[in-house]
Design a protein around this ligand. Structure first.
Ligand code: NAI
Ligand code: MG
Length: 358
């Protein structure tokens, strides 16, 4: 079977890590008899340089016509002085809303071989850390109206926060569905003691809960959730939450694993089309040096195979190949301890490809 993948390498380390991820996909394709057809397009800083805007219509059209999108990362200091509505990061918001991607899945899993990188004491982590944050992606205060006005306190900024029942229902359902596929435990995070949007969120979640009697469900205020993630991370399996709280909690959860270069993400919607990218940024400080860790991007391809193409066995194969590379002691600079041999981006990619071939 042939799958068409739109590839946005992006800025900074983007091209280096995406190149390795494409190789991993090709090798999986050879092994299992699939063809992955890549169409490269531009978004972010490179698009600003080429077209003067962060997200050209042509890119959006190519993405819409594809089976899924693979993205490196966008942005960097070169474009810091660009006005805010034309910044590279605008491309991400445009892609998410343009492709109808309202769910962001961020698994945060600690690899046993890297347990020492975890900033939390081993007696608190216990036998590991493996959670999934399911963040709403196209609503909330990020997509509300905003502005400035004069108030009795002087110049004042304001942002409008909205959640409709319909929006909460569709993300809430994904949260329950993910919980059913994993440990059947769901924590819904809100701030219903203060915010009206959160009261709509909680009421809607409680209605949905009746459809999923098998799922052990819990409400949690966001401030408590932030604390509980550090106090006892093992209590969580799936967390479902809004755009703003999810942005913060997913970064917190990922830090518990200790290495930003390792974690993938998926943005999905109603259709099979999804966008897959590492959680980290374009790492301008190490760009062009060939030392970035490609694992987050390679694991993002595993998520693509699983969620967009329904190729579970192929996804497992990539994840096992990464696990083996780590267990065999292979390290890029970001995850190496002092004195350990350090691999380049392409060396790590090649080892993972060899493991995929088996
Ligand atoms: P960053 O994630 O790019 O880098 C943070 C630190 O982690 C740096 O020291 C970097 O070298 C390191 N790092 C990140 N990925 C790595 C990898 N794969 N291997 C080894 N080390 C890695 O975050 P930062 O510095 O805050 O942002 C840099 C640029 O990226 C900014 O322009 C920002 O707006 C953009 N950005 C883009 C995102 C996206 O495209 N989705 C997400 C986050 C930031
Ligand atoms: Mg973030």
């Amino acid at each position: 079977m042939q799958y068409n993948i739109a590839v946005i390498k992006g800025d900074g380390i983007g091209p280096e890590i995406v190149t390795e991820a494409m190789k991993a996909l090709e090798v999986v394709g050879e092994k299992f008899g699939h063809t992955f057809q890549f169409t490269e397009c531009y978004a972010g800083g490179n698009a600003i340089d080429k077209y003067g805007i962060p997200l050209p219509q042509e890119t959006l059209d190519i993405c819409k016509a594809s089976d899924s999108v693979l993205l490196g990362a966008v942005g960097g200091p070169k474009w810091d002085s660009v006005p805010s509505d034309k910044r590279p990061e605008r491309a991400l918001l445009g892609l998410r809303s343009g492709l109808g991607l309202f769910v962001n899945l961020r698994p945060a899993q600690m690899h046993a071989a890297l347990a020492e990188a975890c900033p939390i004491k081993p007696e608190i982590i216990g036998d590991g850390f493996d959670i999934l944050v399911c963040r709403e992606l196209t609503g909330d205060v990020y997509f509300g109206k905003r502005g400035r006005r004069e108030s009795e306190l002087g110049e004042t900024g304001w942002d409008d926060m909205n959640y409709s029942v319909t929006e909460v229902e569709r993300i809430g359902r994904r949260g329950f569905d993910m919980a059913m596929k994993r440990g059947k435990k769901l924590v819904s995070v809100d701030k219903a003691n203060v915010l009206e949007t959160s009261r709509v969120w909680r009421e809607t979640m409680h209605k949905l809960r009746e459809e999923y009697p098998e799922v052990e469900y819990q409400d949690m205020y966001v401030d408590n959730a932030a604390m509980q993630l550090v106090r006892n991370p093992g209590q969580f399996d799936v967390i479902v939450t809004g755009n703003l709280f999810g942005d913060i909690l997913s970064d917190e959860a990922s830090m518990i694993t200790g290495s930003i270069g390792m974690l993938p993400s998926a943005s999905i919607g109603e259709s099979k089309l999804g966008m897959y990218e590492p959680i980290h940024g374009s790492a301008p400080d190490i760009a062009g040096k060939g030392i970035a860790n490609p694992i987050a991007t390679i694991l993002s391809c595993a998520m693509m195979l699983r969620y967009s193409f329904g190729l579970g066995e192929e996804a497992d194969c990539i994840e096992a190949a990464v696990e083996k590379a780590l267990n065999d002691g292979h390290r890029t600079a970001d995850i190496a301890k002092e004195g350990e041999k350090v691999l380049s981006t392409s060396e790590m990619g090649a080892i993972i490809c060899a493991n995929i071939r088996g």
